[in-house]
Design a protein around this ligand. Sequence first.
Ligand code: ZN
Length: 258
Amino acid sequence: MKVALLVLLGVGILTAAHASDVAPDDRFDVVVIDPGHGGADFGARGASGILEKNVVMQIARRIRTSLTALGLRVVFTREDDRFVTLAERAEIANRAQGDLFLSIHANSAEDREARGPETYFLSLKASDEEAMRVALTENEVFGREAAVPDSDDIVAGILGDLILSDHMRGSSEIATAIQRNLRQLNGASRGVKQAPFVVLMGVNMPAALVEIGFLTNAEEARKLRTREYRAAIADAVARAVRSYRDARQRIAGEGAAR
Ligand SMILES: [Zn+2]
């Protein structure tokens, strides 16, 4: 039942996305930031009590400050510590006609040694088992048994559309840029991955999900408690958005000049 629901949600939202693709606005001016979890949904919990919903909000706010200084309009999917469904988050992003959607999360694992940031963009097939586990954890709020759609036909149809879309290329580019900047901060970079995150399925714009580090790793949890490290992560993400924006505007400018 949950599988069918997830597929329907994905198909419905993707269909809606195509309908509104008709009049593209070339200007890159709106970034939607999605601080993960909120309210009764704490997200990951670190050994010392650090909560994902709080640390991602602190980082999101710092990213907003940097992006606003660049002249971008930033829209949040939640402004405070409240519960917002994954579908509502996508709706907020689409209503704002965002040019980019960034979901900010912190990771957890049974293996307390697991560490380092990783950045995702959407695929219905996960790049590996570990990526699948992360997507299932982040999708959990969608339904305790939320699973990946497993109908090959539907998956192939949606994927065909996605692969062709400019949004997918954009998603891959921003994920790569973010991860490149995070790697300079944290040598334990885990790379760019793909997985079926429900929150990314609904948005009609290039989208990435950043796992800033592992709260279950004592050393990373300790660093994430410091304002300096959180600021460094936020600045790395903001720099990636700036270079992505500059590249997009160059392409748009070349298109207009033709
Ligand atoms: Zn999360």
